[in-house]
Design a protein around this ligand. Structure first.
Ligand code: DQA
Length: 144
């Protein structure tokens, strides 16, 4: 079973980006923890970070061929992107939306997600741990 892990815009800067909000763990650090958990759960991961909305749509479409689930932090596109939402709906793969920060405790514009209605659920506010909780949720849904 393979999972697409998709990190959206500005997440390449984790570690130095607003550490008070997002913590000091780098994206590489998050990916390493995800890979360790994936091997425990007998899951394969395809991990991608991109700053581009179109590349996120392409990756989601691509997952249809050879992935069974999607773990996604759409970052700022969470709050703007009908295209990413439609791609997730189109491929009909189980998807879990994750955020490092508690988007509901920040600026009001962050509490709306275009993605949440087409996701199995949303996990936010636990820092890098949000990703690990999300991967566990997906694994359970996929019977792993
Ligand atoms: C984020 C929250 C978003 O509102 C923000 O635009 C991000 C990161 C998070 O993981 O907390 O870039 O998705």
């Amino acid at each position: 079973v393979r999972i697409l892990v998709l990190h959206g815009p500005n997440l390449n800067l984790l570690g130095t980006r607003e550490p008070g909000v997002y913590g000091t763990t780098t994206l590489q650090g998050i990916n390493q923890s995800l890979m360790a958990l994936a091997s425990e759960l007998s899951l394969e991961l395809r991990i991608l970070q991109t700053n581009s909305e179109g590349a996120m749509v392409d990756a989601i479409q691509g997952a249809m061929a050879d992935c069974q689930g999607i773990l996604i932090n759409p970052a700022a596109y969470t709050h703007t992107s009908v295209a990413i939402r439609d791609a997730i709906a189109a491929v009909a793969l189980p998807a879990v939306e994750v955020h490092l920060s508690n988007v509901h405790a920040r600026e009001p514009f962050r509490s709306h997600s275009y993605i949440a209605p087409v996701a199995l659920g949303q996990i936010c506010g636990f820092g890098a741990e949000s990703y690990l909780l999300g991967l566990r949720a997906l694994a359970q849904r996929l019977g792993k």
